[in-house]
Design a binder for this molecule. Structure first.
Ligand SMILES: [Zn+2]
Ligand SMILES: [Zn+2]
Length: 284
């Protein structure tokens, strides 16, 4: 069975001791992957790693959490009360248009992101309005580059779906973002999903859909031709492997859950999500 993990970070430090084994293990299971950079150095590294493997591509950009310096626990991936992952300290950067424009010329660069509005992880000791302003400015820069380079965008959004959809609408109404893109790791409501479907965007589900009842109800209603699957590895490990470091091949558990929810076979979900991912990102 072939699948594509449409969003992972398999070139991150979490794999510094065994990255090539993890990638090979994933490819041997018939799973292709799109690995996503979140700032300058990880965007460059993602392209370098993708260049070594057939069945692997990269997306480049500056994650909204990297526009503010902060520390946080990745609690969302853990069962209640557990805190086993190391605390993440983000490094703050500003979007460097010339730098990222150069990266888009790489043959394995198939998208821009992850970019978006994240109102969930704004630290308490900073000027919230200023953080939101910088996030919006950063999203606009990504949208301008995606429009210019004719690439799709990978959207990371938390607690700001309505504002995010409005920002996208401003661009699509102006004839920009022609390639559209995907809302990665969607965790919103059915109504919020519809805002993005109406804008021509697709919805991607991560391992959260294997354990969140609310999200399962939403996933049921998303048309299969608008749906992608992902792991967001090393984060968000799906059931039944919760608590372990995630790996891209576990996208199969996401596909299995989607199949169960939609009354399809896992082969049907695999086939259609591969088609969807290839169409959005222009993979051959
Ligand atoms: Zn994200
Ligand atoms: Zn991510």
């Amino acid at each position: 069975m072939n699948l594509i993990d449409s969003h992972c970070h398999v070139h991150f430090n979490a794999y510094k001791d065994d990255m090539d084994e993890v990638i090979k293990r994933t490819l041997e299971k018939g799973v292709f992957m799109i690995t996503v950079g979140t700032q300058k150095d990880t965007s460059v590294k993602g392209l370098e790693v993708a260049d070594k493997y057939e069945g692997m591509w990269a997306i480049v950009g500056l994650h909204p959490n990297h526009t503010t310096e902060q520390e946080f626990w990745d609690n969302d991936e853990l069962p209640d009360g557990e805190q086993v992952t190391p605390k993440i300290k983000t490094r703050s950067e500003r979007f460097d248009m010339d730098f990222y424009r150069d990266l888009t010329r790489h043959p394995k660069c198939i998208g821009i992101g992850e970019t978006g509005l994240d109102y969930y992880r704004i630290p308490e000791n900073v000027d919230r309005t200023e953080v939101m302003r910088v996030q919006e400015e950063t999203v606009r820069a990504h949208f301008d580059l995606a429009t210019e380079a004719q690439l799709p965008v990978s959207i990371h959004c938390r607690d700001a779906y309505v504002q995010q959809a409005e920002l996208i609408r401003e661009y699509t109404d102006a004839g920009k973002l022609a390639r559209r893109g995907v809302i990665h790791c969607f965790t919103g409501t059915r109504e919020e999903a519809q805002l993005f479907l109406d804008l021509g965007f697709s919805i991607s589900f991560s391992g959260i859909v294997t354990f969140s009842k609310a999200l399962q109800e939403v996933a049921k209603t998303i048309p299969i031709d608008k749906l992608l699957v992902e792991t967001d590895s090393p984060y968000l490990t799906p059931t039944p492997d919760r608590g372990q470091r995630n790996e891209p091949w576990r996208v199969q558990y996401v596909a299995e859950k989607i199949a169960e929810l939609k009354g399809l076979t896992v082969e049907e979900v695999a086939k259609q999500t591969v088609i969807n991912t290839k169409n959005i990102f222009g993979l051959s």
